[in-house]
Design a protein around this ligand. Structure first.
Ligand code: KG4
Ligand code: ZN
Length: 350
C-alpha cells in the first residue's frame, strides 16, 4: 500500500510518499519534500494567505515530480492520494486538496481527507528507519503556530479534547514576542537561540490560568509588551528593531519568556496525564522543536512516572510525511473519504 500525501494548510508546501508493509507491520518513507515559504512572508512578520496559496500552486506540482523521482516510482504506482483538509487557511487548503482529489479521480484511486492535527498527534509514533509504531493510549500535547491543545488519544481516530488555547497559540506567542524584539520570523527558533545564554529567572512573567485545562498566552505577550519600554530604552517605531535592547537583557527576556511558556505547558500536560490515567505523554507540533521544552517535559514526565515520546524534530514542523502516516493508518483500518468532502478551515480533531 503506497500513499501520496499533500500538505498545504499554511505556508509550507509538502509532498510525501509512504509505503506500508504488506503485513501492516510498519512503513518505509520513500520521499518527503517540503518547500518553505518563510522568505516570502518574513518581511510581513506573518503569513499572507494570498501569497501562501499562490506559492502552493507553483510549488506543489514541482514537489510531486521531485517526490516521485526520489521514490523512484510513477504516480500510477500510488494506491491512495491524501491531503490535509483542515484546519488551516482556506485558500491554502484548497490547493492541496484539489490536487489530491484530481489525482485520485484521474487514477481511479481512493482519496483521504486528513486532519492536520491528527497528523501532528500521530507523528510521535512515526518511528525511525523501519518506522510505524503501534498507537498507544496517551495524552498528547500539540503545540504549533496555530494550535495549543491537549488531547486524550485512546487509539487511531479515537480522540477527546482536554484543553485548548482560548487566545494565542504557544507558537503564535513566540512569533509575536519575537516580532516585538525585532527578531526574525518564525520567532520560536530565534527566541530559543537567544534564550540559551539567558537567565530564565530575571523577569517575572505570568503563568496564566494554571487552574484551568485550557491555555491562554495573550496575557504573557501583553506582559512582555508592557515590560519592554521599562527595560529597553527608547521605542524605535520606524526601524526593524522596535526596542533598543541590550544583548544581555534581550537574552534574559527570551529565556524568561520561554520558561513561562514551558512551565504552563508542563504543568497542564502532567495534570492531564494524571487525570486521564495514561502511562504515556507525547508532544508534537512546531514548538516541540524547542530543545528546552523537550528536555524539561521529558524530565518532568520521568519524575512523575510517565513515559515520554516526542516527534522527531524534522516531523515537528509542518510536513507531508505525518499526513501520509495518518492516511496510511486510516487506509489500513478501512477508511476512505469522498472526493466531495470539502476542506474545513476550522476542522476539529475531537
Ligand atoms: O507546526 P508548525 O510548523 O505550523 C503550524 O501548524 O502552526 O509550527 C510553527 C510554529 C511557529 O510559531 C514557530 O515559531 C514555532 O512553531 N517553532 C518554535 C520552534 N521552532 C518552531 N517555537 C519554539 N521553539 C522552537 N525551536
Ligand atoms: Zn502544523
Amino acid at each position: 500500500m503506497t500513499v501520496l500525501a499533500i500538505e498545504t494548510s499554511c505556508d509550507e508546501t509538502a509532498v510525501a510518499i509512504l509505503r506500508g508493509r504488506d503485513d501492516d507491520s510498519g512503513h518505509e518513507l520513500l520521499a518527503s519534500e517540503v518547500a518553505s515559504q518563510v522568505a516570502a512572508h518574513e518581511k510581513y512578520g506573518g503569513i499572507v494567505p494570498e501569497i501562501a496559496s499562490r506559492n502552493h500552486l507553483i510549488y506543489a506540482p514541482r514537489l510531486l515530480d521531485r517526490a516521485a523521482s526520489a521514490a523512484k516510482i510513477g504516480l500510477t504506482d500510488i494506491d491512495a492520494f491524501a491531503a490535509t483538509s483542515g484546519p488551516g487557511l482556506a485558500s491554502s487548503l484548497m490547493i492541496g486538496a484539489s490536487i489530491a482529489k484530481g489525482l485520485a479521480i484521474g487514477f481511479g484511486k481512493p482519496y483521504l481527507a486528513i486532519n492536520h492535527l491528527e497528523g501532528h498527534l500521530l507523528s510521535p509514533f512515526f518511528g525511525g528507519e523501519d518506522g510505524g509504531e503501534q498507537i498507544r493510549p496517551n495524552v498528547s500535547l500539540i503545540v504549533s503556530g496555530g494550535h495549543t491543545m491537549l488531547v486524550l488519544v485512546r487509539g487511531l481516530a479515537d480522540y477527546q479534547l482536554i484543553g485548548h488555547t482560548v487566545d494565542d497559540a504557544a507558537g503564535e506567542a513566540f512569533d509575536k514576542v519575537a516580532k516585538m524584539l525585532g527578531l526574525g520570523y518564525p520567532g520560536g527558533p530565534e527566541i530559543e537561540k537567544r534564550a540559551r545564554d539567558g537567565d530564565p529567572n530575571r523577569f517575572d512573567l505570568p503563568r496564566s490560568i494554571l487552574n484551568s485545562e485550557n491555555f491562554s498566552f495573550s496575557g504573557l505577550k501583553t506582559a512582555v509588551r508592557y515590560l519592554l519600554p521599562k527595560i529597553g530604552g527608547e521605542e524605535r517605531r520606524l526601524t526593524q528593531t522596535p526596542y533598543n535592547l541590550d544583548e544581555r537583557v534581550s537574552s534574559d527576556l527570551c529565556a524568561s519568556f520561554q520558561q513561562a511558556i514551558i512551565d504552563v505547558l508542563m504543568a497542564k500536560t502532567i495534570a492531564a496525564a494524571r487525570k486521564c490515567h495514561v502511562d504515556l505523554v507525547t508532544v508534537s507540533g512546531g514548538v516541540s522543536c524547542n530543545q528546552e521544552l523537550r528536555r524539561q517535559l521529558s524530565e518532568a514526565c520521568s519524575r512523575k512516572g510517565f513515559e515520554f515520546k516526542s516527534a522527531e524534530p524534522w516531523l515537528c514542523t509542518d510536513n507531508a510525511a505525518m499526513i501520509a502516516f495518518a492516511a496510511l493508518l486510516r487506509l489500513q483500518a478501512g477508511c476512505e473519504s469522498q472526493v466531495t468532502e470539502e476542506i474545513d478551515p476550522n476542522l476539529k480533531v475531537a
